[in-house]
Design a protein around this ligand. Sequence first.
Ligand code: HEC
Ligand code: HEC
Ligand code: HEC
Ligand code: HEC
Ligand code: HEC
Ligand code: HEC
Ligand code: HEC
Ligand code: HEC
Ligand code: HEC
Ligand code: HEC
Ligand code: HEC
Length: 494
Amino acid sequence: MKQVMLFLLSFLLPVLSNGVSYAGDKCLTCHKGLSDKPSSLYSHDIHSSKGISCAECHGGNQNSDDMEQAMSKEAGFIGVPKGDDISKVCSNCHANPDKMNELGSTLPTNQWQLLQTSVHGKSSLAGNEHIVQCITCHSVHNIVSVKNPASPVYPLNAVKTCTKCHADPAYMRAYNPSMPVDQLEKYKTSVHGMRNSKGDSKTAECASCHGGHDIRSANDVKSSVYAVNIPSTCSHCHSNSVYMKEYNIPIDQYEKFSKSVHGISLLQKRDVAAPACNDCHGNHGATPPGVESISKVCGTCHALNAELFSSSPHKKVFDEKKLPECETCHSNHEIIAATEKLLGATPEAVCSRCHNENQNPKGYVIAKAMRHLTDSLESSENNAGALVTDAEQKGMEISEAKFKLRDIHQARLQTRTMVHSFNAKKFNEAAMKGLSTASFVAGEAQHAIDEYYFRRWGLGIATLIISIVGVALYLTIRKIEIKQQNKNNGIKES
Ligand code: HEC
Ligand code: HEC
Ligand code: HEC
Ligand code: HEC
Ligand code: HEC
Ligand code: HEC
Ligand code: HEC
Ligand code: HEC
Ligand code: HEC
Ligand code: HEC
Ligand code: HEC
């Protein structure tokens, strides 16, 4: 009796729970009777709530309660789809805008197309079978809206969905032995991961950075995690004042970054040598670099600056005061081009934030001296350059001095780096090298210019003398000639 009741209830339940009548779907009716998994799961499926029959995916005649007939080839029954046929079944609707419209949906219809060009869609072991099918991420028979907390791709579940493959070394090895499988481990240590595991659905999970369908390798220029695209991927959340409202952190990182030397280089010049957000924050371990690690982050690219800083007198002082090593002077997101203006005792110089006549005066004196040397070097470089140009325009041979101009510039660049030793002696050495080269070049150029004038004066005087001699000669000859003529004409001299 109890069993009969249950049996009857199983017919009624879907009707009661969904408010949709399945009187027409004989597939469901009979399968419910079998108490199989697909039919019992299906009552929670979004497709079932849209009145979609089992036959829409499996084919067959949903109006027949005769098993043979309902599930016959003639009625279009395809049985259980396998491999790539699975995604094709889904795409009969999801890649067909007309059909989706008919069913009252305004969802995008590009999932299949995107999946095929994604790294998952391109890769396979068995010839043409994709690594992932629609149901790998969305499940089957209990498919729900992606915004439903029960969805396997809901932010709190997505990590599990992706890492069932990506944290499985044995599985991954079969496809791509060089692919790291540490994303989950690292993710767990990040601010995103820690919050996600505590139920915060708004921090980034795998699909927030990689997407769901259009997942591509990081070195694919179309990937959301390709270096040039990363800042906008992150700023999608981090620059959104409404989205980030409940968090007490700034939302100006993108704005500042895009104006920084790094941002201009990466976003405008598309130079991937410049850091994107993840180069400083990590990909999966996206935490702010702690005070300890910041100079290490900058030092991965600016090795010499970091090395000099480490053996400078600032190292100990900054460590004691828990000041970040590079950020203290250069900031983090809005790093501007470094010029000599940062150096010295002027109000715009970073040094004057901590050094003046009374406060840390020794550094004050040295900072001032460094700036003085830098300015001298710069004006010497300009002066030497101008003299070389002048000499060249006057047609003088000056190629050796011109070549040495580069050495002066090199020395100027070296002093910019050498600032980070915060050591007067080392800085002076670099600066003096440039100054002495500059004085040599200027000397050579001046010499050439002098020579030019000397030659010009020489020529002028010679021409004058020759002209005077010429005129004198002419006059003399003329005088002799007249004399001769008079003689010939017999005119007597008076
Ligand atoms: C009158 C009962 C009945 C009706 C109607 C019915 N089925 Fe079935 N179906 C069964 C039974 C029983 C089995 C298991 C038979 C087997 O394992 O060979 C089954 C098996 C299946 C399978 C698995 C086949 C496989 O190869 O493993 C699918 C899929 C299926 N049915 C879908 C449908 C669809 C879609 C419809 C409607 C078009 C439908 N069924 C209509 C009773 C029914
Ligand atoms: C949205 C499409 C879709 C709908 C609707 C759907 N199925 Fe399926 N079904 C599939 C796919 C895809 C598979 C293959 C699953 C796999 O490979 O793991 C499957 C597998 C099955 C299987 C065999 C595997 C198993 O889990 O036992 C049965 C039986 C089945 N479906 C029955 C049904 C019945 C009955 C209904 C209606 C209540 C239904 N399906 C509705 C897509 C669908
Ligand atoms: C008969 C057409 C049809 C088939 C076949 C179909 N779907 Fe759907 N699907 C729909 C409709 C209609 C909706 C509801 C759309 C809406 O609410 O705007 C939907 C909704 C969904 C959603 C929820 C989207 C959201 O967040 O609102 C997912 C996920 C989904 N389908 C996945 C699948 C998968 C996976 C398959 C294949 C196993 C599949 N569908 C097969 C028509 C279909
Ligand atoms: C690798 C996992 C994965 C696979 C495979 C996958 N999806 Fe999705 N899908 C997602 C995620 C994650 C979302 C959530 C929104 C987003 O990031 O696009 C989503 C969202 C959706 C939506 C909601 C509308 C939208 O586009 O955002 C639909 C419908 C959908 N998927 C259908 C499909 C279909 C159909 C297939 C197979 C062709 C498929 N998905 C394959 C992960 C996947
Ligand atoms: C069914 C297993 C499986 C699932 C689930 C899966 N992936 Fe993958 N994924 C793979 C395999 C295998 C590769 C390697 C493909 C290759 O290199 O040929 C891959 C490649 C990738 C890559 C490319 C890495 C690179 O730089 O080349 C990214 C990114 C990625 N997956 C992210 C995700 C995300 C995000 C999810 C969840 C939304 C996910 N995957 C779900 C199996 C899976
Ligand atoms: C905050 C953004 C972000 C999140 C969250 C994220 N990734 Fe990534 N992921 C990246 C970036 C950026 C790269 C590319 C790094 C590079 O340039 O090589 C990457 C690279 C990858 C790769 C290529 C191999 C590698 O490790 O470099 C895979 C696979 C991958 N991610 C999977 C995942 C999975 C799985 C998750 C979820 C646990 C996840 N990612 C979460 C940003 C993210
Ligand atoms: C889906 C939205 C989203 C995306 C995409 C995202 N984040 Fe986040 N991120 C958050 C939220 C929310 C927090 C939590 C804020 C907090 O820590 O209070 C957070 C926290 C952080 C923090 C820690 C901030 C702090 O001091 O607590 C860093 C650093 C960070 N994200 C960097 C990144 C980087 C880099 C990327 C891109 C590679 C990225 N995020 C992508 C939403 C996102
Ligand atoms: C050159 C390295 C670098 C780059 C590039 C970078 N950051 Fe940061 N970021 C930092 C440092 C250093 C901090 C400060 C950490 C601390 O104080 O512990 C920080 C702090 C943060 C914080 C915490 C809140 C705050 O503003 O202090 C977030 C969020 C963040 N960054 C996101 C981003 C995003 C998004 C991008 C890309 C648009 C980005 N960062 C680019 C180095 C960088
Ligand atoms: C991924 C490598 C990378 C990382 C990490 C990095 N930088 Fe840079 N940085 C560059 C490149 C490349 C340039 C040159 C950009 C240009 O001029 O086109 C640059 C330029 C600079 C400049 C301007 C130099 C000039 O000539 O004016 C400063 C200052 C600077 N970075 C400081 C930092 C600081 C501080 C950090 C850490 C918070 C950092 N960088 C992290 C690669 C990096
Ligand atoms: C006490 C302040 C201060 C600190 C700390 C500091 N810098 Fe600098 N940095 C400067 C000044 C001043 C200049 C400009 C010198 C000039 O143009 O004459 C500069 C110039 C630079 C330049 C451009 C010149 C070059 O070497 O290419 C880079 C890159 C740079 N710094 C990186 C760093 C890094 C990386 C760190 C951390 C290891 C760091 N700085 C720490 C003050 C500082
Ligand atoms: C955040 C504060 C701070 C900034 C900014 C700063 N310094 Fe210092 N500096 C100190 C402190 C504190 C000491 C140790 C006290 C002392 O020796 O005067 C120090 C020591 C020095 C010393 C060693 C003095 C000695 O005893 O031999 C030099 C040289 C120096 N700084 C130069 C500079 C220059 C150049 C700049 C600008 C590019 C600069 N500092 C920016 C805080 C700072």
